[in-house]
Design a protein around this ligand. Sequence first.
Ligand SMILES: O=C(CO)[C@@H](O)[C@H](O)COP(=O)(O)O
Ligand SMILES: [Co+2]
Length: 228
Amino acid sequence: MAVQINPSILSADFARLAEETKAVEGADWLHVDVMDNHFVPNLTLGVPVVESLARATETPLDCHLMIENADRWAPQYVEAGAGSVTFHAEAAAAPVRLAREIRAKGARASMALKPATPIEPYEDLLPELDMVLIMTVEPGFGGQSFLDIMLPKIRRTRELITKHGLELWLQVDGGVSASTIERCADAGADVFVAGSAVYGAEDPAEAVRALRAQARSATATAAWACAH
Ligand SMILES: O=C(CO)[C@@H](O)[C@H](O)COP(=O)(O)O
Ligand SMILES: [Co+2]
């Protein structure tokens, strides 16, 4: 099973974003946290910055929208150049219509769940998606501690993906580091967002390689992956 490591530029230096994208060359995707100070109590960046980032790097952009009114805004991030757009289930009025619109515009469609939102009500939506994001912290800030009470939700989500024979990716985001990534991989995650663990490291590109190696070896012995 392929694993992917997506550094979050939330932990990068926002005054040097173009250079910071180069510091993680070799990463699978660049994770871009969009926050509107309404859905979460923090404000980051919007469409114009995503347009500039898309021009500045060849690494595809994985935009994580922590914003209200996702139905209105998410398609604009595809137009801005994102290769994957994640909206929050809690912020989308019509998630099926939105996922179809994102795909029709040419990007991967992904849905995120806050820690208190269960996956089960969304089981029937999974075929409409390319990725599910299980938040392993409360969204809003980098550098928080990993919530290991989310591991059962990661396992249940992986079981649903397997049960329906789907190809969708399972992303985890929040507190993912050398000390937590193996538990996430063992539970069923295959796409790992890491902000402080990558940009806080002396050599961010080396941190990406090390996290990938750890995730790969944990996946190799994980029951969910061996059953494939
Ligand atoms: O979406 C978010 C936070 O809301 C994340 O993408 C963080 O940016 C991850 O940062 P670390 O927890 O890895 O430092
Ligand atoms: Co994020």
